[in-house]
Design a binder for this molecule. Sequence first.
Ligand code: TYM
Length: 332
Amino acid sequence: MDRIFSGVQPTGNLHLGNYLGAIRNWARLQDDYDCIFCVVDMHAITVWQDPRELVRNTREVAAAMIAAGVDPKRNIIFNQSQVPAHAELAWIFNCVARMGWLNRMTQFKEKAGKHKENASVGLFAYPNLMAADILVYKATHVPVGEDQKQHLELTRDIAQKFNNDFGVDLFPVVEPLIFGAATRVMSLKDGSKKMSKSDPSEMSRITMTDDADAIAKKIRKARTDPEPLPETPAGFESRPEAANLIGIYAALTDQTVEDVCAEYGGAQFSTFKQALADLAVAKLGPVGAEMQRLMDDAAYVDGILRDGAARARAIAAPILAEVKRTVGFLEP
Ligand code: TYM
């Protein structure tokens, strides 16, 4: 069976983009793949995290995965820092990847902003750790939202350069799995910006633990334009907010954007927003409630992460040993 790896950062404010673009899809892959899902706490600390919050947020992401339907027995769910092989392979990749490759990463440019000199070294080397996450298990498929595509291309470059440099066929070619109608959910306040955990405006995102009132309010206040909804996707030209809301509706109902346009074309936003709010509450409410229930049972969640980490370590160990032999590290 092909192996899947994917991860989410425990940086708080888990939102609808994380759910529709990534986590929800994972539950749908568990029958066809051997799946490993990771709470990437080592990635999180590339920017400052309050230690107590980090612990809480780590449990929150694990709870979200389980609440979204990922079975922790059939799959592996764990937090990255419990498996040292990630960091060990990341160091080797620091020596494979080129400065020029990392300099091109748009996520680094966005996150570092104008003050590149003040960014942590970890933030710059972030994609190397991500490549290590995936390749330390020789995973072949990585389900993510669109914003991670560039990082996965880099993962392929690193794997290929390693294989070429050492004359081996050790690492596989990684394929991104980007699917559904919501691979890039945009901010509810600005259709040109992606929905993000770090947007200062809470109204820009629906979080996975928002209650029914908050979900409905955020949708009601979402930015739109005065035109009625278009009858085909061609009508989204220069209407990013309309495209975003219809994309969310399509993803939540497992329809295509074309189907939703056919149903609501010509309707006013007030009508559509009410339908979307009802739908979002019906679909997200139970997931949020289950997340909350799991987060109240920290011992249970911690047990799952511990068990997952032990199973992950067992898969990673022989692969890391093979890498070390290839590089020429004298083994004990
Ligand atoms: P992170 O924590 O930013 O996001 C987790 C997942 O959610 C997706 N996502 C979105 N999808 C649609 N619309 C949005 N607005 C949106 N925002 C986020 C992301 O694409 C991602 O799939 N670098 C990764 C974490 C990571 C990882 C890995 C992923 C570390 N190692 C190895 C895959 C494989 C990240 O920051 O995701």
